[in-house]
Design a protein around this ligand. Sequence first.
Ligand code: SAH
Length: 362
Amino acid sequence: MEELKTTVEIPDTGQLQSIYSMQFDALQDWLKEQGEPTFRATQIFEWLYQKRVTEFEQMSNLSKDLRGKLSKSFVLTTLKIVTRQVSSDGTVKFLFELHDGYSIETVVMRHDYGNSVCVTTQVGCRLGCTFCASTLGGLKRNLEAGEIVAQVLESQRAMDEVQERVSSVVVMGIGEPFDNYEELVPFLKTVNHDKGLNIGARHITVSTSGVVPKIYKFADEKMQINFAISLHAPTTEIRSKLMPVNRAWPLPKLMESIRYYIEKTGRRVTFEYGLFGGVNDQEEHAEQLADLIKDLKCHVNLIPVNYVLERDYVRTPRDQIFAFEEVLKNRNINVTIRREQGHDIDAACGQLRAKERKEETR
Ligand code: SAH
């Protein structure tokens, strides 16, 4: 797990940088270098994020010369839709193909309070959580910020068809966002920027499995973004069995970083706690969990385990889920049980890509 401290390079495929990877300020700087006025950045952002064009040529209020410069310097990343499944509850699941042939998935969930998009940050994952489908083939590569932005744009295009807006973003798809931190941050900034997708920070959630050094860094960014930690265990022994990342950064170190985050940002964190039958789902575990987090500004989201073909975890019976919840409630811990969506379309955690990957030749 030591090697996690190094970054994974995005292999150079001769591909130009995605225009969607450019933050507003960086675009202004680039324009200055080209001898262009900086207000062009506003115009370009409008074309990209409000009008959502697919060619630089369509940016009709820019000079032909500037359009030419843009297309020589950047690509307008497009994600090829391989499949688009719609569940009976309205959940839309995309399998996209990237320019180098890898596939990723993105899910749009329809709620009564709005539509949320769950984005992927890496092709695969190297964290090796023992219950997760996303990690089965290891990590292929990091996504570029623009490839993450493009997932939200493509989801918005789907919502355009029903005259609705993507109102929130959750970074809970395939991959470990904090293992691709350098691309994650520009993505978050563009999604949040008022001239970008303009999604409020409080409507954006990032989830990590516990890459501790990046939790400190994230706290220092002071973005008002919702933060979730995949805790899944009340003791370091159990956590190590479920999540190898716990061997690199054991539970006490993780909790220290979370305390720092809460202190620094003043924000409440969410602990995701997957219930894995017989492993971490007994009432004694709920008591241990309560002891661990009792004085923290937090919320617990209990997740009934999703069955993954290659993994042999079993679901916790309903009554036991409620008993677990009850223990936490009695200890005055904020707790909810995750509602499941898209059951009929493999919408959970890398399952669609896992099927596709079997046919991948690379
Ligand atoms: N790597 C990040 C982002 C993924 S979020 C993280 O670990 O937080 C996806 C959430 O679904 C995580 O909490 C993950 O632990 C959980 N998950 C993965 N596989 C699951 C499964 N089979 N059943 C229930 N939850 C699962």
